[in-house]
Write a protein that binds this ligand. Structure first.
Ligand code: DGL
Length: 269
């Protein structure tokens, strides 16, 4: 049986990474876990997020995946080293790819970062950016209202737009030329974020670069699937699946419309 790439997030956010994986690696099978019952992770203490991440990884290991992708910045910031120490398969996070993508893009060396309270508090982006380029200027802003809004499927509403406007206002007068969407939920709000920040600011989602990392690791280790079949992906969520399923089907429609997808009953862990 084909070994899958296991992807986790607090909810629907990691689907932004899954979409890129499906685009770049169409024959790879994905098993996804969204912890919708316990979302958002952003306001939670680091120790709790670490504990939840461990639980989900333990759950996903029963499917014998070939790789774990922590498609959540909040969990990557506080749990990736812990998970790497616990499993023998590759573990990919979203912070280093996002930082790398921003460094490639910036001309001015002034980069904005938005994320959850947990991610911004951890300063994981500052660390990752300065590891690549020590002189970089980073302007960080926590936007705790955004992910819960996305989780409710309300990302195209007027209310969502005004919350984006309000959340980004502290960054509007900063001299940045790139803004890292340091939460995997934020690409759902791309249109509003881009309208608010204007054409001078390039938005960086780590999804694309993360999918490239996944592809590189699979080929370096000769772990790519040899199958040319269309994979049967599996999606799990810990809360009620109705909204989760709607968002996922809509977001991934070009990649899963003709692909058999197994939707599982909610699993509370
Ligand atoms: N998608 C998540 C992230 O990238 C977490 C959002 C949340 O649960 O607060 O940080």
């Amino acid at each position: 049986m084909q070994q899958a790439i296991a992807v986790l997030d607090s909810g629907v956010g990691g689907l932004t990474v899954v979409k890129e994986v499906m685009k770049q690696l169409p024959h790879e099978k994905v098993i996804y876990f969204g912890d919708t019952a316990r979302s958002p992770y952003g306001p939670r203490p680091a120790s709790e997020v670490r504990h939840f991440t461990r639980q989900i990884v333990d759950y996903l290991l029963q499917f014998n995946p070939k790789m774990i992708v922590i498609a959540c910045n909040t969990a990557t910031a506080v749990a990736i080293e812990d998970i790497r120490a616990r499993v023998s398969i590759p573990v990919v996070g979203v912070i280093s790819p996002g930082a790398r993508a921003a460094i490639k893009m910036t001309r001015s060396g002034r980069i904005g970062v938005i994320g959850t309270d947990g991610t911004i508090r951890s300063q994981a982006y500052e660390t990752a950016l300065r590891q690549i380029s020590p002189d970089i200027h980073v302007y960080s802003e926590a936007c705790p209202l955004l992910a819960p809004f996305v989780e409710r499927g309300l990302f195209s509403s007027d209310r969502a737009h005004s919350i984006v406007e309000q959340s980004l206002s502290p960054l509007k007068d900063k001299p940045i030329d790139c803004l890292i969407l340091g939460c995997t939920h934020y690409p759902f709000l791309m249109e509003s974020i881009s309208q608010v920040m204007g054409p001078e600011v390039t938005l960086i989602s780590s999804a694309e670069e993360t999918a490239r990392d996944i592809s590189t690791i699979l080929s370096q280790r000769n772990m790519q699937t040899k199958s040319n079949e269309i994979p049967i992906h599996q999606f799990f969520c810990s809360g009620t699946p109705i909204v989760f399923r709607q968002i996922a089907e809509n977001w991934l429609k070009e990649y899963i419309s003709f692909i058999p997808v197994v939707w599982q009953v909610p699993t509370i862990i």
